[in-house]
Design a protein around this ligand. Sequence first.
Ligand code: C2E
Ligand code: MG
Ligand code: MG
Ligand code: MG
Length: 274
Amino acid sequence: GRKKFSRNAQTFYQPEMYTSMSNDLHTEMNLRKGIESNEFELYYQPKVNCEDGSIAGFEALIRWNHPKLGIRGPMEFIPIAESTGLIIPIGEWVITQALKQLALWDIGHRKQYTISINISSRHFLHNDFPKYLLSQMDYYKVSPSRLVIEITESVAMMEYETVKERIHYLNELGFSVSIDDFGTGFSAFVYLQHFPIKEIKIDRQFIQEIESDEKSLSITRTIINLAEQLSLRVVSEGVETIEQWEKLKMLGCHELQGFYFSKPLNIKKIEELY
Ligand code: C2E
Ligand code: MG
Ligand code: MG
Ligand code: MG
């Protein structure tokens, strides 16, 4: 079962909540209302091939079109969704939206791009997660190879056996699992050895300093080499300049993502552009 009200009671009495402009975002009730009123939307950011900048796929990033506060980013509401358990219905909504989008592209005979989705650790470890994924896959008749499931490094630190089994199972089904924000957690290489991961995404904090900081450059180079050795796809996040692109090309990175290519856009703009 989901822990529904226990956490809410704690947050309710935190005085700073009342002074915060985005007070409305921080209550379970509003989040629940947002889900029921269909106020969420997926934005898409292109992932490009490092070699030539051509599109390789898209990452879906959730936004909340709040009736009073406008478009809000995930950092403002995902934490409360995680602590209240509402991350499960939100994550399921994300899965359904992404698969629906892939099915629509198939009908329109668009190119066979992949969509990457972000799944919180709590949802990833939830009993119903694979079941829900499969049922939606079946309904929308999209090949599992088109969906990439991004989890953060921290997930790999939790319940080792469950995570391992789950990644193996998803892999068998044909989905690929990607480790997001790679390099920021305490985890690390031993998990890559035991989990059938397909992709790692180097966190943007390294990428944004590859020009200015020797250590960031070394870490990035090492992660790319490691990925190469393990036959993993390696993606760099947060590429903002052509200089960063050039450097990452030199280092042999496979795919890039970042404002230099495009910020996340709503589906209408994405379809106009690509
Ligand atoms: P993430 O998965 O690592 O996504 C990358 C974040 O970096 C996105 O922020 C994106 O807009 C931003 N970004 C991309 N390129 C650049 C760049 O060149 N420069 C800078 N400064 N930023 C860039 P966003 O959309 O605010 O998402 C933040 C985080 O929220 C995501 O990090 C992910 O962990 C989480 N998130 C997003 N959507 C979902 C979702 O549907 N479910 C869950 N559970 N988490 C989500
Ligand atoms: Mg991500
Ligand atoms: Mg990331
Ligand atoms: Mg991140």
